[in-house]
Design a protein around this ligand. Sequence first.
Ligand SMILES: Nc1nc2c(ncn2[C@@H]2O[C@H](COP(=O)(O)OP(=O)(O)OP(=O)(O)O)[C@@H](O)[C@H]2O)c(=O)[nH]1
Ligand SMILES: [Mg+2]
Length: 280
Amino acid sequence: MATNVTFDYQKAEEKYRDADSLEEKMNCLKKMLQTAPKHKSAGNLLASIKERIAKLKLQMDRQKKASKGSGYSLTIKKEGAAQVCLVGKTNTGKSSLLKKLTGSNVEIADYEFTTKRPEVAIMDYKGVKIQVIEVPAIVKNLEESVMGPTFISIMNHADLLVLMFKDAKEKGFLDKELDGIKTERTVYNDQDKKEFSKVLWKRLGMIKVYTKQAGKEKDFPPVAFHKGATVGEVTGKVHKDFVKNFKYAKISGKSAKFKWQTVGKDHVLKDNDIVELHMK
Ligand SMILES: Nc1nc2c(ncn2[C@@H]2O[C@H](COP(=O)(O)OP(=O)(O)OP(=O)(O)O)[C@@H](O)[C@H]2O)c(=O)[nH]1
Ligand SMILES: [Mg+2]
Protein backbone atom coordinates (compact mmCIF):
# COMPACT_ATOMS: atom_id res chain seq x y z
CA MET A 1 0.00 0.00 0.00
CA ALA A 2 1.37 3.40 -0.94
CA THR A 3 1.84 5.57 2.10
CA ASN A 4 2.39 9.31 1.95
CA VAL A 5 5.54 9.93 3.92
CA THR A 6 7.09 13.12 5.22
CA PHE A 7 10.19 14.78 3.79
CA ASP A 8 12.15 14.00 6.98
CA TYR A 9 11.23 10.34 6.66
CA GLN A 10 12.36 10.24 3.05
CA LYS A 11 15.68 11.77 4.01
CA ALA A 12 16.16 9.27 6.83
CA GLU A 13 15.34 6.37 4.53
CA GLU A 14 17.83 7.55 1.94
CA LYS A 15 20.53 7.79 4.59
CA TYR A 16 19.59 4.33 5.84
CA ARG A 17 20.09 2.85 2.38
CA ASP A 18 23.52 4.46 2.09
CA ALA A 19 24.61 3.75 5.67
CA ASP A 20 27.98 1.98 5.94
CA SER A 21 27.92 0.83 9.55
CA LEU A 22 25.39 -0.96 11.73
CA GLU A 23 25.36 1.96 14.17
CA GLU A 24 24.57 4.37 11.38
CA LYS A 25 21.82 2.08 10.11
CA MET A 26 20.34 1.90 13.59
CA ASN A 27 20.30 5.68 13.97
CA CYS A 28 18.56 6.05 10.62
CA LEU A 29 15.94 3.43 11.47
CA LYS A 30 15.18 5.22 14.73
CA LYS A 31 14.82 8.48 12.85
CA MET A 32 12.53 6.72 10.35
CA LEU A 33 10.40 5.40 13.19
CA GLN A 34 10.07 8.93 14.62
CA THR A 35 9.19 10.55 11.32
CA ALA A 36 7.00 7.85 9.77
CA PRO A 37 3.33 8.74 9.43
CA LYS A 38 1.36 7.43 12.40
CA HIS A 39 -2.06 7.09 10.77
CA LYS A 40 -3.69 3.70 10.44
CA SER A 41 -2.71 2.99 6.83
CA ALA A 42 0.98 3.36 7.76
CA GLY A 43 0.79 0.36 10.11
CA ASN A 44 2.73 -1.91 7.79
CA LEU A 45 5.50 0.58 7.38
CA LEU A 46 5.86 1.02 11.15
CA ALA A 47 5.87 -2.73 11.69
CA SER A 48 8.55 -3.19 9.04
CA ILE A 49 10.76 -0.52 10.62
CA LYS A 50 10.37 -2.10 14.05
CA GLU A 51 11.23 -5.49 12.64
CA ARG A 52 14.36 -4.13 11.00
CA ILE A 53 15.38 -2.46 14.27
CA ALA A 54 14.96 -5.75 16.14
CA LYS A 55 17.01 -7.67 13.55
CA LEU A 56 19.74 -5.08 13.52
CA LYS A 57 19.90 -5.11 17.29
CA LEU A 58 20.42 -8.88 17.25
CA GLN A 59 23.17 -8.46 14.70
CA MET A 60 24.86 -5.77 16.79
CA ASP A 61 24.68 -7.91 19.94
CA ARG A 62 26.19 -10.87 18.13
CA GLN A 63 29.01 -8.67 16.92
CA LYS A 64 29.68 -7.33 20.40
CA LYS A 65 29.87 -10.89 21.69
CA ALA A 66 32.24 -11.90 18.92
CA SER A 67 34.60 -9.05 19.68
CA LYS A 68 34.59 -10.03 23.37
CA GLY A 69 35.72 -13.47 22.33
CA SER A 70 32.85 -15.63 23.50
CA GLY A 71 32.63 -18.60 21.21
CA TYR A 72 35.48 -17.54 18.97
CA SER A 73 39.18 -17.96 19.17
CA LEU A 74 40.49 -14.45 18.79
CA THR A 75 44.11 -15.20 18.13
CA ILE A 76 46.08 -18.09 16.75
CA LYS A 77 48.72 -19.54 19.01
CA LYS A 78 52.12 -18.49 17.76
CA GLU A 79 54.38 -21.22 16.58
CA GLY A 80 57.83 -20.79 15.13
CA ALA A 81 59.91 -17.63 15.00
CA ALA A 82 57.23 -15.32 13.55
CA GLN A 83 53.62 -15.15 12.48
CA VAL A 84 52.69 -13.83 9.02
CA CYS A 85 49.16 -13.24 7.67
CA LEU A 86 48.19 -13.40 3.98
CA VAL A 87 45.47 -10.81 3.49
CA GLY A 88 43.34 -9.78 0.50
CA LYS A 89 39.95 -9.80 -1.16
CA THR A 90 38.58 -13.10 -2.41
CA ASN A 91 40.35 -14.85 -5.30
CA THR A 92 43.59 -12.91 -4.96
CA GLY A 93 45.63 -16.11 -4.67
CA LYS A 94 46.06 -16.30 -0.88
CA SER A 95 45.58 -20.06 -0.73
CA SER A 96 47.82 -20.54 -3.75
CA LEU A 97 50.62 -18.60 -2.02
CA LEU A 98 50.04 -20.42 1.28
CA LYS A 99 50.42 -23.73 -0.53
CA LYS A 100 53.55 -22.57 -2.31
CA LEU A 101 55.20 -21.32 0.89
CA THR A 102 54.22 -24.14 3.23
CA GLY A 103 53.11 -27.12 1.15
CA SER A 104 49.73 -26.95 2.92
CA ASN A 105 46.94 -28.78 1.08
CA VAL A 106 44.55 -25.86 1.50
CA GLU A 107 41.64 -25.75 -0.96
CA ILE A 108 42.27 -23.61 -4.03
CA ALA A 109 39.36 -22.84 -6.37
CA ASP A 110 38.23 -20.19 -8.79
CA TYR A 111 34.93 -19.54 -7.05
CA GLU A 112 34.73 -16.84 -4.41
CA PHE A 113 35.20 -17.28 -0.66
CA THR A 114 36.71 -20.75 -0.87
CA THR A 115 38.57 -20.22 2.41
CA LYS A 116 36.10 -19.61 5.22
CA ARG A 117 38.25 -20.15 8.31
CA PRO A 118 41.81 -19.00 8.93
CA GLU A 119 44.21 -21.56 7.46
CA VAL A 120 47.39 -22.05 9.46
CA ALA A 121 50.57 -23.67 8.18
CA ILE A 122 54.32 -23.63 8.79
CA MET A 123 56.89 -22.47 6.29
CA ASP A 124 60.47 -23.63 6.54
CA TYR A 125 62.96 -20.95 5.64
CA LYS A 126 66.44 -22.47 5.68
CA GLY A 127 65.59 -24.32 8.86
CA VAL A 128 63.69 -21.47 10.56
CA LYS A 129 60.00 -22.16 11.10
CA ILE A 130 57.61 -19.34 10.26
CA GLN A 131 53.88 -19.58 10.81
CA VAL A 132 51.80 -18.44 7.84
CA ILE A 133 48.07 -17.77 8.17
CA GLU A 134 45.60 -17.23 5.34
CA VAL A 135 43.00 -14.82 6.66
CA PRO A 136 39.68 -15.45 4.84
CA ALA A 137 38.79 -12.81 2.26
CA ILE A 138 38.47 -9.23 3.49
CA VAL A 139 34.93 -7.99 2.85
CA LYS A 140 33.44 -4.49 2.81
CA ASN A 141 32.84 -3.16 6.32
CA LEU A 142 34.97 -5.99 7.70
CA GLU A 143 34.62 -4.82 11.28
CA GLU A 144 30.87 -5.36 11.12
CA SER A 145 30.89 -8.75 9.44
CA VAL A 146 30.24 -11.74 11.69
CA MET A 147 33.86 -12.97 11.70
CA GLY A 148 35.39 -9.52 11.14
CA PRO A 149 36.43 -8.87 14.76
CA THR A 150 38.09 -12.29 14.93
CA PHE A 151 40.04 -11.72 11.73
CA ILE A 152 41.05 -8.23 12.87
CA SER A 153 42.28 -9.62 16.15
CA ILE A 154 44.35 -12.27 14.36
CA MET A 155 45.91 -9.59 12.14
CA ASN A 156 46.59 -7.33 15.11
CA HIS A 157 48.59 -10.06 16.83
CA ALA A 158 50.65 -11.09 13.82
CA ASP A 159 54.21 -9.89 13.10
CA LEU A 160 53.60 -9.07 9.45
CA LEU A 161 50.70 -8.75 7.00
CA VAL A 162 51.23 -9.62 3.34
CA LEU A 163 48.71 -7.65 1.26
CA MET A 164 47.55 -9.36 -1.93
CA PHE A 165 45.60 -7.40 -4.55
CA LYS A 166 45.01 -7.28 -8.29
CA ASP A 167 45.02 -3.51 -8.84
CA ALA A 168 45.31 -0.13 -7.13
CA LYS A 169 41.60 -0.06 -6.41
CA GLU A 170 41.82 -3.27 -4.42
CA LYS A 171 44.87 -1.91 -2.59
CA GLY A 172 42.84 1.16 -1.65
CA PHE A 173 40.01 -1.03 -0.44
CA LEU A 174 42.40 -3.02 1.78
CA ASP A 175 44.00 0.13 3.17
CA LYS A 176 40.57 1.37 4.16
CA GLU A 177 39.35 -1.87 5.73
CA LEU A 178 42.63 -2.47 7.60
CA ASP A 179 42.95 1.13 8.68
CA GLY A 180 43.07 0.50 12.44
CA ILE A 181 45.54 -2.37 12.29
CA LYS A 182 49.03 -1.39 13.38
CA THR A 183 50.86 -4.55 12.30
CA GLU A 184 53.72 -4.08 9.84
CA ARG A 185 52.68 -4.78 6.28
CA THR A 186 54.25 -5.58 2.98
CA VAL A 187 52.77 -6.13 -0.47
CA TYR A 188 52.99 -9.20 -2.64
CA ASN A 189 54.40 -8.26 -6.05
CA ASP A 190 54.63 -10.28 -9.23
CA GLN A 191 58.42 -9.79 -9.20
CA ASP A 192 58.59 -11.44 -5.78
CA LYS A 193 56.87 -14.61 -6.89
CA LYS A 194 59.98 -16.67 -7.45
CA GLU A 195 61.58 -16.17 -4.10
CA PHE A 196 58.87 -14.81 -1.91
CA SER A 197 60.06 -16.72 1.16
CA LYS A 198 63.33 -14.78 0.95
CA VAL A 199 61.45 -11.48 0.62
CA LEU A 200 59.34 -12.42 3.64
CA TRP A 201 62.41 -13.23 5.71
CA LYS A 202 64.01 -9.88 4.82
CA ARG A 203 60.78 -8.04 5.54
CA LEU A 204 60.47 -9.68 8.97
CA GLY A 205 63.80 -8.08 9.82
CA MET A 206 65.08 -11.11 11.68
CA ILE A 207 68.43 -12.87 11.70
CA LYS A 208 69.29 -16.55 11.93
CA VAL A 209 72.32 -17.70 13.83
CA TYR A 210 74.02 -21.09 13.84
CA THR A 211 75.39 -22.45 17.09
CA LYS A 212 78.41 -24.71 17.05
CA GLN A 213 80.40 -26.84 19.42
CA ALA A 214 84.18 -26.66 19.38
CA GLY A 215 85.69 -29.12 16.95
CA LYS A 216 82.34 -29.85 15.29
CA GLU A 217 80.31 -28.63 12.31
CA LYS A 218 77.71 -25.90 12.86
CA ASP A 219 74.37 -27.09 14.24
CA PHE A 220 71.22 -27.28 12.16
CA PRO A 221 68.62 -25.78 12.26
CA PRO A 222 69.74 -22.22 12.97
CA VAL A 223 68.00 -20.16 15.65
CA ALA A 224 66.02 -17.03 14.73
CA PHE A 225 66.47 -13.71 16.54
CA HIS A 226 65.42 -10.11 16.12
CA LYS A 227 67.89 -7.79 14.42
CA GLY A 228 70.53 -6.55 16.86
CA ALA A 229 70.55 -9.73 18.94
CA THR A 230 73.71 -10.30 21.00
CA VAL A 231 75.85 -13.32 21.83
CA GLY A 232 74.33 -13.12 25.34
CA GLU A 233 70.85 -13.65 23.91
CA VAL A 234 71.98 -16.63 21.90
CA THR A 235 73.57 -18.08 25.04
CA GLY A 236 70.26 -17.67 26.91
CA LYS A 237 68.36 -19.39 24.14
CA VAL A 238 70.66 -22.42 24.12
CA HIS A 239 70.29 -23.04 27.83
CA LYS A 240 69.38 -20.96 30.91
CA ASP A 241 72.44 -22.26 32.80
CA PHE A 242 74.73 -21.20 30.01
CA VAL A 243 74.22 -17.52 30.85
CA LYS A 244 75.98 -17.70 34.20
CA ASN A 245 78.67 -20.07 32.93
CA PHE A 246 79.46 -18.05 29.81
CA LYS A 247 83.17 -17.33 29.30
CA TYR A 248 83.51 -16.14 25.70
CA ALA A 249 82.33 -16.93 22.17
CA LYS A 250 84.16 -17.42 18.91
CA ILE A 251 82.29 -16.15 15.90
CA SER A 252 82.45 -16.44 12.16
CA GLY A 253 80.33 -14.58 9.61
CA LYS A 254 79.36 -11.02 8.71
CA SER A 255 79.72 -9.60 12.22
CA ALA A 256 83.20 -11.06 12.72
CA LYS A 257 86.25 -8.88 12.04
CA PHE A 258 88.06 -12.09 11.14
CA LYS A 259 87.13 -15.76 11.25
CA TRP A 260 86.67 -17.14 14.76
CA GLN A 261 87.10 -13.78 16.43
CA THR A 262 86.75 -14.01 20.21
CA VAL A 263 83.93 -11.82 21.55
CA GLY A 264 82.00 -11.19 24.76
CA LYS A 265 78.29 -11.47 25.46
CA ASP A 266 77.47 -7.94 24.24
CA HIS A 267 78.70 -8.56 20.71
CA VAL A 268 75.93 -7.86 18.15
CA LEU A 269 75.36 -10.66 15.65
CA LYS A 270 74.35 -10.60 11.97
CA ASP A 271 72.31 -12.91 9.73
CA ASN A 272 73.98 -16.33 9.21
CA ASP A 273 76.68 -15.84 11.84
CA ILE A 274 78.11 -18.95 13.48
CA VAL A 275 78.60 -18.81 17.25
CA GLU A 276 80.80 -21.20 19.20
CA LEU A 277 80.10 -20.80 22.89
CA HIS A 278 82.82 -21.41 25.47
CA MET A 279 81.83 -22.04 29.07
CA LYS A 280 83.59 -21.83 32.40
N1 LIG B 1 46.11 -15.72 -13.04
C1 LIG B 1 46.41 -16.12 -11.82
N2 LIG B 1 45.57 -16.87 -11.17
C2 LIG B 1 45.88 -17.24 -9.92
C3 LIG B 1 47.07 -16.84 -9.25
N3 LIG B 1 47.08 -17.35 -8.01
C4 LIG B 1 45.93 -18.04 -7.92
N4 LIG B 1 45.22 -18.01 -9.05
C5 LIG B 1 43.91 -18.61 -9.35
O1 LIG B 1 42.92 -17.78 -8.76
C6 LIG B 1 41.91 -18.59 -8.17
C7 LIG B 1 41.78 -18.31 -6.70
O2 LIG B 1 42.97 -18.70 -6.04
P1 LIG B 1 43.01 -18.95 -4.48
O3 LIG B 1 44.45 -19.20 -4.14
O4 LIG B 1 42.01 -19.98 -4.07
O5 LIG B 1 42.56 -17.50 -3.97
P2 LIG B 1 42.15 -17.04 -2.50
O6 LIG B 1 42.61 -15.64 -2.35
O7 LIG B 1 42.64 -18.02 -1.49
O8 LIG B 1 40.56 -17.04 -2.60
P3 LIG B 1 39.41 -17.29 -1.50
O9 LIG B 1 39.94 -18.19 -0.42
O10 LIG B 1 38.30 -17.94 -2.28
O11 LIG B 1 39.00 -15.95 -0.99
C8 LIG B 1 42.28 -20.03 -8.47
O12 LIG B 1 41.59 -20.45 -9.61
C9 LIG B 1 43.77 -19.98 -8.72
O13 LIG B 1 44.17 -21.01 -9.58
C10 LIG B 1 47.97 -16.02 -9.99
O14 LIG B 1 49.02 -15.63 -9.51
N5 LIG B 1 47.60 -15.69 -11.26
MG1 LIG C 1 41.65 -19.13 -0.10
